[in-house]
Write a protein that binds this ligand. Sequence first.
Ligand SMILES: Nc1ncnc2c1ncn2[C@@H]1O[C@H](COP(=O)(O)OP(=O)(O)OP(=O)(O)O)[C@@H](O)[C@H]1O
Ligand SMILES: [Mg+2]
Length: 325
Amino acid sequence: MPIRRLPPETVNRIAAGEVVERPASAVKELVENALDAGATSVEVQADGGGLTRILVADDGQGLSAEELPLAIERHATSKLGPDAHGDYDLLQIATLGFRGEALPSIGSVARLAISARAKGQADAYAILVEGGAVGQVTPSGFPGPHGARVEVRDLFYATPARLKFMKSERTESLAIAEELKRQAMAHEAVSFTLDIDGRRTLRLPAERKGPEGRLARLAAIMGREFQDNALAIDYEREGVKLSGFAGLPTFNRGNSAHQYLFVNGRPVRDRLLQGACAGPMPTSWPATVTRWWRSIWSWIRPRSTSMSIPPRPRSGSAIPAWCAA
Ligand SMILES: Nc1ncnc2c1ncn2[C@@H]1O[C@H](COP(=O)(O)OP(=O)(O)OP(=O)(O)O)[C@@H](O)[C@H]1O
Ligand SMILES: [Mg+2]
Protein backbone atom coordinates (compact mmCIF):
# COMPACT_ATOMS: atom_id res chain seq x y z
CA MET A 1 0.00 0.00 0.00
CA PRO A 2 1.36 3.48 -0.77
CA ILE A 3 2.08 5.86 2.09
CA ARG A 4 -0.78 8.35 2.28
CA ARG A 5 -1.78 11.30 4.41
CA LEU A 6 -4.86 10.37 6.41
CA PRO A 7 -7.92 12.62 6.15
CA PRO A 8 -8.55 14.83 9.21
CA GLU A 9 -11.68 12.87 10.31
CA THR A 10 -9.64 9.66 10.44
CA VAL A 11 -6.79 11.40 12.28
CA ASN A 12 -9.29 12.74 14.84
CA ARG A 13 -10.88 9.32 15.34
CA ILE A 14 -7.48 7.74 15.94
CA ALA A 15 -6.65 10.50 18.43
CA ALA A 16 -10.05 10.01 20.08
CA GLY A 17 -9.02 6.45 20.96
CA GLU A 18 -6.27 7.96 23.12
CA VAL A 19 -8.20 10.89 24.61
CA VAL A 20 -11.66 9.38 25.19
CA GLU A 21 -11.57 5.80 26.38
CA ARG A 22 -14.93 5.84 28.11
CA PRO A 23 -17.59 8.36 29.21
CA ALA A 24 -15.65 9.25 32.38
CA SER A 25 -12.68 10.40 30.26
CA ALA A 26 -14.99 12.67 28.24
CA VAL A 27 -16.30 14.11 31.53
CA LYS A 28 -12.71 14.60 32.73
CA GLU A 29 -11.81 16.57 29.59
CA LEU A 30 -14.94 18.75 29.71
CA VAL A 31 -14.58 19.48 33.43
CA GLU A 32 -10.91 20.36 32.94
CA ASN A 33 -11.95 22.78 30.20
CA ALA A 34 -14.49 24.38 32.54
CA LEU A 35 -11.84 24.75 35.27
CA ASP A 36 -9.31 26.18 32.80
CA ALA A 37 -11.99 28.70 31.75
CA GLY A 38 -12.09 29.98 35.34
CA ALA A 39 -15.49 28.51 36.24
CA THR A 40 -16.75 28.95 39.81
CA SER A 41 -19.56 26.48 39.25
CA VAL A 42 -19.55 23.26 37.24
CA GLU A 43 -22.70 21.22 36.62
CA VAL A 44 -22.47 17.75 35.17
CA GLN A 45 -25.32 15.57 33.92
CA ALA A 46 -24.91 12.03 32.64
CA ASP A 47 -27.57 9.72 31.21
CA GLY A 48 -27.23 6.07 30.30
CA GLY A 49 -23.76 5.75 31.85
CA GLY A 50 -22.73 8.85 29.91
CA LEU A 51 -23.13 7.01 26.61
CA THR A 52 -26.55 8.50 25.86
CA ARG A 53 -25.78 12.01 27.02
CA ILE A 54 -23.24 14.05 28.97
CA LEU A 55 -23.67 17.74 29.73
CA VAL A 56 -21.05 19.91 31.38
CA ALA A 57 -22.18 23.47 32.06
CA ASP A 58 -19.93 26.17 33.50
CA ASP A 59 -19.85 29.88 34.28
CA GLY A 60 -16.34 30.44 32.98
CA GLN A 61 -15.17 32.96 30.43
CA GLY A 62 -17.14 31.31 27.61
CA LEU A 63 -16.37 31.36 23.90
CA SER A 64 -17.18 33.90 21.19
CA ALA A 65 -18.65 33.16 17.75
CA GLU A 66 -15.10 33.35 16.31
CA GLU A 67 -13.67 31.03 18.94
CA LEU A 68 -16.24 28.23 18.60
CA PRO A 69 -14.97 26.78 15.28
CA LEU A 70 -11.38 27.00 16.52
CA ALA A 71 -12.21 25.18 19.73
CA ILE A 72 -13.19 22.09 17.78
CA GLU A 73 -10.18 22.27 15.45
CA ARG A 74 -7.37 19.86 16.20
CA HIS A 75 -4.20 21.34 17.75
CA ALA A 76 -5.87 24.71 18.32
CA THR A 77 -5.62 25.89 21.92
CA SER A 78 -5.79 29.10 23.92
CA LYS A 79 -3.54 27.58 26.59
CA LEU A 80 -0.14 27.60 24.93
CA GLY A 81 1.42 30.73 23.51
CA PRO A 82 4.83 31.77 22.21
CA ASP A 83 7.32 33.54 24.49
CA ALA A 84 9.38 36.59 23.42
CA HIS A 85 11.57 34.32 21.26
CA GLY A 86 8.59 32.63 19.62
CA ASP A 87 9.20 29.40 21.54
CA TYR A 88 6.43 27.29 23.08
CA ASP A 89 7.54 26.16 26.53
CA LEU A 90 5.89 22.87 27.46
CA LEU A 91 7.40 22.99 30.95
CA GLN A 92 5.58 26.17 31.97
CA ILE A 93 2.02 24.97 31.69
CA ALA A 94 -0.38 26.32 34.27
CA THR A 95 -3.58 24.89 32.78
CA LEU A 96 -5.01 21.38 32.87
CA GLY A 97 -5.25 21.15 29.07
CA PHE A 98 -2.84 22.37 26.39
CA ARG A 99 -2.92 19.88 23.49
CA GLY A 100 -5.98 21.22 21.69
CA GLU A 101 -7.20 17.67 21.21
CA ALA A 102 -10.09 16.95 23.54
CA LEU A 103 -13.02 18.66 21.79
CA PRO A 104 -12.13 17.58 18.21
CA SER A 105 -11.60 14.04 19.50
CA ILE A 106 -14.98 13.94 21.23
CA GLY A 107 -16.63 15.58 18.21
CA SER A 108 -15.26 12.87 15.91
CA VAL A 109 -16.86 9.99 17.82
CA ALA A 110 -20.08 11.57 19.14
CA ARG A 111 -22.63 14.32 18.55
CA LEU A 112 -21.07 17.35 20.22
CA ALA A 113 -22.94 20.60 20.80
CA ILE A 114 -21.30 23.63 22.39
CA SER A 115 -23.27 26.73 23.28
CA ALA A 116 -21.53 29.63 24.93
CA ARG A 117 -21.59 33.29 25.79
CA ALA A 118 -18.20 34.99 26.00
CA LYS A 119 -17.57 37.29 28.97
CA GLY A 120 -18.66 40.83 28.25
CA GLN A 121 -20.74 39.91 25.18
CA ALA A 122 -24.49 40.16 24.79
CA ASP A 123 -25.02 37.37 22.26
CA ALA A 124 -24.57 33.65 22.65
CA TYR A 125 -23.68 31.15 19.92
CA ALA A 126 -23.62 27.42 19.33
CA ILE A 127 -21.81 24.93 17.13
CA LEU A 128 -22.51 21.26 16.36
CA VAL A 129 -20.11 18.50 15.40
CA GLU A 130 -21.50 15.10 14.44
CA GLY A 131 -19.08 12.24 13.89
CA GLY A 132 -16.47 14.76 12.77
CA ALA A 133 -18.79 16.78 10.50
CA VAL A 134 -18.65 20.40 11.65
CA GLY A 135 -21.76 22.57 11.40
CA GLN A 136 -22.19 26.34 11.16
CA VAL A 137 -22.00 28.70 14.11
CA THR A 138 -25.55 29.77 14.93
CA PRO A 139 -27.09 32.22 17.42
CA SER A 140 -28.18 30.42 20.55
CA GLY A 141 -29.81 30.90 23.90
CA PHE A 142 -27.60 30.72 26.96
CA PRO A 143 -28.62 30.88 30.61
CA GLY A 144 -26.36 33.09 32.68
CA PRO A 145 -24.10 36.04 31.84
CA HIS A 146 -21.17 33.96 30.50
CA GLY A 147 -19.87 30.44 30.28
CA ALA A 148 -20.20 27.31 28.18
CA ARG A 149 -22.53 24.32 27.96
CA VAL A 150 -21.02 21.32 26.26
CA GLU A 151 -23.33 18.45 25.42
CA VAL A 152 -22.12 15.07 24.16
CA ARG A 153 -24.79 12.72 22.80
CA ASP A 154 -24.38 9.13 21.60
CA LEU A 155 -20.73 8.80 22.54
CA PHE A 156 -18.92 6.32 20.26
CA TYR A 157 -21.87 6.06 17.84
CA ALA A 158 -19.32 6.76 15.10
CA THR A 159 -16.96 4.05 16.37
CA PRO A 160 -19.24 1.10 17.22
CA ALA A 161 -16.25 -1.19 17.97
CA ARG A 162 -15.43 1.04 20.94
CA LEU A 163 -18.95 0.61 22.34
CA LYS A 164 -18.27 -3.11 22.79
CA PHE A 165 -15.65 -2.29 25.42
CA MET A 166 -18.06 -0.35 27.63
CA LYS A 167 -19.01 -1.82 30.98
CA SER A 168 -22.54 -1.65 32.40
CA GLU A 169 -24.28 1.73 32.62
CA ARG A 170 -23.92 1.56 36.39
CA THR A 171 -20.15 0.98 36.21
CA GLU A 172 -19.71 3.82 33.72
CA SER A 173 -21.82 6.14 35.93
CA LEU A 174 -19.72 5.23 38.96
CA ALA A 175 -16.56 6.01 37.01
CA ILE A 176 -18.01 9.42 36.11
CA ALA A 177 -18.82 10.13 39.77
CA GLU A 178 -15.32 9.05 40.83
CA GLU A 179 -13.74 11.28 38.21
CA LEU A 180 -15.80 14.27 39.29
CA LYS A 181 -14.97 13.69 42.95
CA ARG A 182 -11.25 13.69 42.17
CA GLN A 183 -11.56 16.95 40.24
CA ALA A 184 -13.67 18.44 43.04
CA MET A 185 -11.06 17.52 45.67
CA ALA A 186 -8.43 19.41 43.68
CA HIS A 187 -10.61 22.55 43.27
CA GLU A 188 -12.28 23.30 46.58
CA ALA A 189 -13.29 26.86 45.62
CA VAL A 190 -15.46 25.64 42.73
CA SER A 191 -18.97 24.27 43.29
CA PHE A 192 -19.88 21.00 41.59
CA THR A 193 -23.09 19.08 41.03
CA LEU A 194 -23.65 15.72 39.39
CA ASP A 195 -26.97 14.39 38.12
CA ILE A 196 -27.06 10.77 37.02
CA ASP A 197 -30.14 9.88 34.94
CA GLY A 198 -31.92 12.96 36.27
CA ARG A 199 -31.14 12.25 39.92
CA ARG A 200 -28.80 14.54 41.85
CA THR A 201 -26.04 12.35 43.26
CA LEU A 202 -23.46 14.96 44.23
CA ARG A 203 -23.82 18.52 45.46
CA LEU A 204 -20.64 20.23 46.57
CA PRO A 205 -20.90 23.92 47.49
CA ALA A 206 -17.87 26.14 46.89
CA GLU A 207 -15.47 26.19 49.85
CA ARG A 208 -12.96 28.82 50.87
CA LYS A 209 -9.66 28.44 48.96
CA GLY A 210 -6.94 26.96 51.16
CA PRO A 211 -6.41 24.13 53.64
CA GLU A 212 -9.58 24.81 55.67
CA GLY A 213 -11.83 24.74 52.63
CA ARG A 214 -9.94 21.77 51.21
CA LEU A 215 -10.60 19.77 54.35
CA ALA A 216 -14.29 20.75 54.23
CA ARG A 217 -14.42 19.58 50.59
CA LEU A 218 -12.71 16.28 51.51
CA ALA A 219 -15.24 15.83 54.33
CA ALA A 220 -18.13 16.48 51.92
CA ILE A 221 -16.82 13.73 49.68
CA MET A 222 -15.31 11.21 52.10
CA GLY A 223 -17.49 11.83 55.14
CA ARG A 224 -17.20 13.90 58.32
CA GLU A 225 -15.36 11.05 59.97
CA PHE A 226 -12.35 11.81 57.83
CA GLN A 227 -12.37 15.47 58.87
CA ASP A 228 -12.41 14.49 62.54
CA ASN A 229 -9.54 12.07 62.08
CA ALA A 230 -7.30 13.96 59.66
CA LEU A 231 -3.87 15.34 60.28
CA ALA A 232 -2.69 18.34 58.23
CA ILE A 233 0.52 17.99 56.24
CA ASP A 234 2.44 21.01 55.05
CA TYR A 235 5.97 20.70 53.85
CA GLU A 236 8.27 22.45 51.43
CA ARG A 237 11.67 21.48 50.10
CA GLU A 238 13.70 22.54 47.07
CA GLY A 239 10.81 24.55 45.64
CA VAL A 240 8.40 21.65 45.87
CA LYS A 241 5.45 21.95 48.20
CA LEU A 242 3.72 18.98 49.70
CA SER A 243 0.45 19.56 51.49
CA GLY A 244 -2.60 17.61 52.37
CA PHE A 245 -4.32 15.53 54.99
CA ALA A 246 -3.57 12.08 56.31
CA GLY A 247 -5.92 10.01 58.39
CA LEU A 248 -4.75 9.01 61.85
CA PRO A 249 -3.56 5.40 62.10
CA THR A 250 -6.61 4.72 64.27
CA PHE A 251 -8.90 5.75 61.41
CA ASN A 252 -9.19 2.49 59.60
CA ARG A 253 -10.82 2.15 56.22
CA GLY A 254 -9.25 -1.26 55.67
CA ASN A 255 -8.34 -0.75 52.03
CA SER A 256 -6.24 1.51 49.89
CA ALA A 257 -9.08 2.93 47.79
CA HIS A 258 -9.11 6.23 49.66
CA GLN A 259 -5.75 7.51 48.63
CA TYR A 260 -5.88 10.59 46.45
CA LEU A 261 -2.87 12.33 44.98
CA PHE A 262 -2.72 15.59 43.09
CA VAL A 263 0.13 17.29 41.31
CA ASN A 264 -0.37 20.96 40.49
CA GLY A 265 -4.14 20.63 40.76
CA ARG A 266 -4.24 17.54 38.54
CA PRO A 267 -5.47 14.27 40.01
CA VAL A 268 -2.88 11.54 39.38
CA ARG A 269 -2.82 7.80 39.91
CA ASP A 270 0.81 6.91 39.97
CA ARG A 271 2.35 3.86 41.61
CA LEU A 272 5.68 5.55 42.16
CA LEU A 273 4.04 8.44 44.04
CA GLN A 274 1.86 6.04 46.03
CA GLY A 275 4.99 4.10 46.92
CA ALA A 276 6.71 7.34 47.96
CA CYS A 277 3.82 8.02 50.37
CA ALA A 278 4.20 4.58 51.84
CA GLY A 279 7.98 4.98 52.14
CA PRO A 280 8.04 6.73 55.56
CA MET A 281 5.94 3.99 57.20
CA PRO A 282 7.93 1.84 59.60
CA THR A 283 8.34 -1.62 58.08
CA SER A 284 7.86 -3.12 61.53
CA TRP A 285 4.19 -1.99 61.48
CA PRO A 286 1.65 -4.66 60.70
CA ALA A 287 0.59 -4.59 57.05
CA THR A 288 -2.94 -3.54 57.94
CA VAL A 289 -1.71 -0.48 59.83
CA THR A 290 0.52 0.70 56.99
CA ARG A 291 -2.32 0.04 54.60
CA TRP A 292 -4.84 2.24 56.32
CA TRP A 293 -2.37 4.97 56.98
CA ARG A 294 -1.38 4.96 53.39
CA SER A 295 -4.93 4.67 52.19
CA ILE A 296 -5.97 7.98 53.66
CA TRP A 297 -2.93 10.00 52.78
CA SER A 298 -4.90 12.33 50.65
CA TRP A 299 -3.08 15.23 49.20
CA ILE A 300 0.21 15.86 47.55
CA ARG A 301 0.51 19.16 45.82
CA PRO A 302 4.02 19.78 44.66
CA ARG A 303 4.43 23.17 43.06
CA SER A 304 7.41 23.47 40.88
CA THR A 305 7.95 25.55 37.80
CA SER A 306 10.31 22.92 36.39
CA MET A 307 7.78 20.16 36.51
CA SER A 308 4.75 19.57 34.35
CA ILE A 309 2.42 16.62 34.40
CA PRO A 310 0.90 15.43 31.16
CA PRO A 311 -2.90 15.16 30.98
CA ARG A 312 -2.64 11.38 31.15
CA PRO A 313 0.54 10.73 33.09
CA ARG A 314 1.97 7.31 32.74
CA SER A 315 3.50 5.62 35.72
CA GLY A 316 6.80 7.12 36.75
CA SER A 317 6.56 10.12 34.41
CA ALA A 318 7.35 13.61 35.62
CA ILE A 319 7.94 12.53 39.19
CA PRO A 320 10.47 14.65 41.02
CA ALA A 321 13.51 12.74 42.22
CA TRP A 322 12.99 13.58 45.90
CA CYS A 323 9.61 11.93 45.82
CA ALA A 324 10.98 8.67 44.56
CA ALA A 325 14.00 8.73 46.84
N1 LIG B 1 -15.74 25.27 28.84
C1 LIG B 1 -14.99 26.10 28.10
N2 LIG B 1 -15.03 27.44 28.31
C2 LIG B 1 -14.27 28.29 27.55
N3 LIG B 1 -13.43 27.87 26.58
C3 LIG B 1 -13.35 26.56 26.32
C4 LIG B 1 -14.13 25.61 27.06
N4 LIG B 1 -13.83 24.37 26.58
C5 LIG B 1 -12.92 24.55 25.60
N5 LIG B 1 -12.62 25.85 25.43
C6 LIG B 1 -11.68 26.42 24.46
O1 LIG B 1 -11.51 25.49 23.41
C7 LIG B 1 -10.14 25.16 23.25
C8 LIG B 1 -10.03 23.70 22.84
O2 LIG B 1 -10.45 22.84 23.92
P1 LIG B 1 -9.80 21.39 24.00
O3 LIG B 1 -10.22 20.73 25.23
O4 LIG B 1 -10.03 20.69 22.71
O5 LIG B 1 -8.23 21.70 24.03
P2 LIG B 1 -7.32 22.23 25.26
O6 LIG B 1 -8.12 22.30 26.49
O7 LIG B 1 -6.69 23.49 24.78
O8 LIG B 1 -6.22 21.08 25.35
P3 LIG B 1 -6.47 19.53 25.75
O9 LIG B 1 -6.71 18.79 24.45
O10 LIG B 1 -5.19 19.14 26.40
O11 LIG B 1 -7.66 19.47 26.62
C9 LIG B 1 -9.48 25.48 24.58
O12 LIG B 1 -8.10 25.77 24.43
C10 LIG B 1 -10.30 26.68 25.06
O13 LIG B 1 -9.79 27.86 24.50
MG1 LIG C 1 -9.21 20.62 27.17
